[in-house]
Each structure stands twice: as structure tokens, then as C-alpha cells.
Design a protein around this ligand. Structure first.
Ligand code: TRP
Length: 450
């Protein structure tokens, strides 16, 4: 089976796929609003530090385990265990990971569906399909189901095509497009009246807020979500990476690009909010803080576009295309986690596995859409606040304690000659064994108390 196993065709294929996974709604939505309401530039700085001190070492744990084992997360963690206990536990952690990835996808598909709806709305308007446009713009059960189904269908279709023809091909097409749209939108928005006030809020650091431990903890959670950590998505992408490539370097590139794009997204979102305010749109909630969450994306920005005439139609098409693309290159990585487990552990074919798993996940989305009120927030916190850090901890333990130091070093040396003399090897093994687990325990403990 190992000769048949698919691989990314080059390190750029891997890089675009991994950055595609990392760059998603978390970058365009979570990061900018958290930054704007938590001390602006100071938060950006803290996030940068945390991403490198905590998320990057955990990301490396996933890449090392994945490429060493050349297998999906369940088989990989089971395989690196040396005792019956660590093998069984590894298998259980892997299963918990892919279940978490599946649950994340079940709510991610709903939110991404909304992006499709808001993309379709101006499009239908341009095509003079006014009643369709109106229907797409209204929150409704049927609409939400239809757009989530379209999104899930696209995700399944790409994953069914495989690593190179599906994941890599689409990430390589979509990520440059994403960057082009993002830069175009930033230039346009920054030229509008009001934008500079937004830049000010976003970038001028207020260091006082940094002393708040809750803020650092939420920055850490944001970093975990944004880098797709814990659930085996980067592990499986790492397992498709050629042995010729350097893991520490590619890991740094993924982290830098993810953080860089989150930062760049802030240059669009926060100034856009202040431009909206200039146009008379309310951008502060009742408690005086900047509007975040769904109301930012689906009310504030659409009201802004609505007040800008023809330019607004173009802007909203571009903006929601950007969001849909960002979401799609992330959702395929989530679906690949369970699909890779099924195809490597049973005889099921990839296309069938993608369809079966995707349909099952969509069934959960249907359940959530029909019971939005208790279910949505519950599943978001269960997966991102608790499961992801706990799984991240388990992966650090597997890379730091369960795998032998020599196995780890050998894996790192493949593709990176002399890694044993690098700063990385001086710091990371200690980090992944002690610092990461301790910091993650602290986060989880804090969120359990909160
Ligand atoms: N990182 C993506 C974002 O920022 C979402 C994502 C992709 C993800 N794969 C994941 C989140 C796995 C958690 C786990 O939107």
C-alpha cells in the first residue's frame, strides 16, 4: 500500500494546501475583531509571539508524526506507540481527533454556506433575478440548508478527487486568487473616507490590555483554531509531504503566512467597519464594543456595500468570493482527516469515502441548522475551546514523550541536513515536552473555570 500512497507533487503544493487549510474564516473574522477590541497592535504583537512560541511547536509535532508514520492520524498515533497502552491510547486520540474535525466541519459548512448565500445575492441582483436575490439575503431554514449543501458538495467533490488532483490542484488555483482579491479590496477600502480611523484602532497598541490573562488565553485559542491544530489535518498533510523537504522550514512558512494573512485581513475588515460608520452604519454594539461575530460579516459589511451603489455590488461579490474561497480550502482539510482514516483502514475507495463521510457530516449540519439555538454555540465551544487544545496536548505528548528522540531527530534530518546543530533542535524538543503541554493545560483549566 505504501507505494500507492499519494503525495503532494512539490513543496509548493504542500505549502499552498497547508496555508489554504490554515487561512480560513478564523483569519478574516476571528482575528481582526479580536485584535480591534483587545488592544489593537498590542494584541497583534501578542498573537505573533504566541503563534511562534506555542502554536508553531505544536504544528511541528503534527508534521513530524505525520511524515514519520506516513499515515492518517489514527494509524499514525497507534503506530508510534511502543506499549499496548500507548498504542490503544493513540488510536483513541486519533479517533477523537477525526470526530472533532468532523464536528468542526459540520458547523463550518453552515457558516460557509452563509458566505455563498451572500455571494449569490448580489450576483442574482446583477442578473435581474430580484426575488432570488431577496430570498438569498433573508435568513431562512431552507436557504441555510441549501447553501450549506452546496458548500458541502464542493468540499466532497474536491476531496473525492484525491491529494494531487483535488486538494493540491484546488489550493494552488484558489490561494493566489484569494490573495489577489484581498489586496484589491484593501487598496479600495483604504482609499475610502473613514478608513484611517479604522487603521488607527487596529494598529495603535494599547499595552495596558495585554496584562489581562484572559486576553492571552483567547489569543492562544485563536492561534490553535487558525493553524488548524490538534485534529490531524496538518498531520495528514504532513504525511503526504515528500521526504526531501525540510519540516522545520515549511512549518515556519505555514505559520508566518497564516499570521501574515490574518494581519493583512485586519487591514481590510477594521477599516471597512469605520468606512461603514462614515456611511451611517452602526458599528458599536449596545455595550459600546465593536460589533463582532455574525453581525459584523452579515450586517455591517453588507450595509456598507449596500450604501455604495454599483461599486458596492462589485465589492460585495469580491468580498464574499474571498470568504467562500478561504472557507473551502479549509473545509477540504477537515474532511480529509476522517476520509484518510477510512480509506487507509478499510477497503473503501476515496470517492465513496468522501461521499459517505461528507453526507454523514452534512446530516449533523442539518441537525444544527434546525436547532441553531442550543446546538451551534455548544458544538463550537466543545470542539474549539476544549477538544482542540486537549488534542493538541496529546499530540505534543506523542511527539515529545512517546516517540523516541532518535526517531524524531531522524525524521527531522530527512530533508534538513544538519538540523541537529540548528536552533530548532536546541529548543523544540524541550518545548514540545514541557512548555507546550503546560501552557495548554493552563488554557484548558482557565476555560473550564470561565
Ligand atoms: N484554520 C481554519 C480557519 O482559520 C479552519 C480549520 C481548518 C480548522 N482545519 C481545521 C480549524 C482543523 C480547526 C481544526 O478558519
Amino acid at each position: 500500500m505504501s507505494d500507492k500512497r499519494e503525495q503532494f507533487s512539490s513543496k509548493f503544493g504542500f505549502l499552498l494546501a497547508a496555508v489554504g487549510s490554515a487561512v480560513g474564516l478564523g483569519n478574516f473574522w476571528g482575528f481582526p475583531t479580536q485584535a480591534a477590541s483587545n488592544g489593537g497592535g498590542a494584541f497583534v504583537l501578542a498573537y505573533l509571539v504566541l503563534a511562534f512560541l506555542l502554536a508553531y511547536p505544536a504544528l511541528m509535532a503534527e508534521l513530524v508524526i505525520g511524515r514519520y508514520a506516513r499515515a492518517n492520524v489514527v494509524t499514525a498515533l497507534e503506530g508510534v506507540g511502543q506499549t499496548v497502552f500507548s498504542r490503544r491510547l493513540g488510536k483513541a486520540v486519533g479517533i477523537y481527533g477525526v470526530l472533532t474535525a468532523s464536528l468542526i466541519l459540520s458547523f463550518y459548512a453552515i457558516v460557509s454556506g452563509w458566505m455563498i448565500a451572500h455571494f449569490g445575492q448580489p450576483l442574482a441582483q446583477v442578473l435581474s433575478l430580484h426575488s432570488v436575490s431577496h430570498w438569498l439575503g433573508q435568513d431562512g431554514l431552507l436557504r441555510n440548508l441549501l447553501v450549506a449543501l452546496i458548500f458541502m458538495g464542493l468540499t466532497i467533490w474536491i476531496v473525492a478527487r484525491g491529494v494531487q488532483a483535488g486538494i493540491e490542484a484546488w489550493s494552488t488555483r484558489l490561494m493566489p486568487l484569494l490573495l489577489a482579491i484581498l489586496l484589491g479590496l484593501i487598496i479600495y477600502v483604504l482609499l475610502q473616507p473613514g478608513a484611517m480611523a479604522g487603521l488607527h484602532t487596529y494598529l495603535v497598541p494599547d499595552f495596558d490590555q495585554l496584562t489581562d490573562p484572559a486576553l492571552l488565553l483567547s489569543a492562544m485559542g485563536q492561534a490553535f483554531f487558525s493553524l488548524s491544530l490538534g485534529v490531524g489535518t496538518l498531520l495528514i498533510y504532513g504525511s503526504y509531504l515528500s521526504k526531501k523537504e525540510s519540516l522545520p522550514r515549511l512549518g515556519v512558512a505555514v505559520t508566518l503566512l497564516d499570521v501574515g494573512i490574518a494581519f493583512t485581513a485586519g487591514l481590510l475588515i477594521i477599516p471597512a467597519m469605520y468606512v461603514a460608520q462614515h456611511h451611517g452604519v452602526m458599528i458599536y454594539g449596545d455595550d459600546g464594543s465593536l460589533i463582532a461575530g455574525p453581525r459584523l460579516i452579515f450586517q455591517v459589511l453588507p450595509s456598507l456595500f449596500g450604501s455604495m451603489g454599483v461599486a458596492g455590488v462589485g465589492l460585495s461579490l469580491a468580498f464574499f468570493a474571498l470568504m467562500t474561497i478561504a472557507a473551502l480550502t479549509s473545509s477540504i482539510s477537515m474532511l480529509e482527516a476522517p476520509v484518510s482514516v477510512i480509506i487507509e483502514r478499510t477497503r473503501m475507495q476515496r470517492s465513496r469515502a468522501a461521499l459517505v463521510v461528507g453526507t454523514a457530516i452534512f446530516a449533523i449540519s442539518v441537525l444544527i441548522v434546525s436547532n441553531m439555538n442550543p446546538l451551534f454555540d455548544f458544538i463550537v465551544s466543545l470542539t474549539t475551546k476544549y477538544s482542540q487544545p486537549i488534542l493538541g496536548l496529546a499530540l505534543c505528548v506523542y511527539a515529545g514523550w512517546v516517540m523516541h528522540r532518535n526517531q524524531v531527530l531522524k525524521e527531522l534530518q530527512t530533508g534538513h541536513l544538519g538540523v541537529e546543530h540548528s536552533l530548532f533542535w536546541k529548543v523544540w524538543p524541550f518545548y514540545v515536552r514541557f512548555i507546550c503541554p503546560a501552557l495548554i493545560l493552563l488554557t484548558v483549566g482557565q476555560s473550564l473555570r470561565g
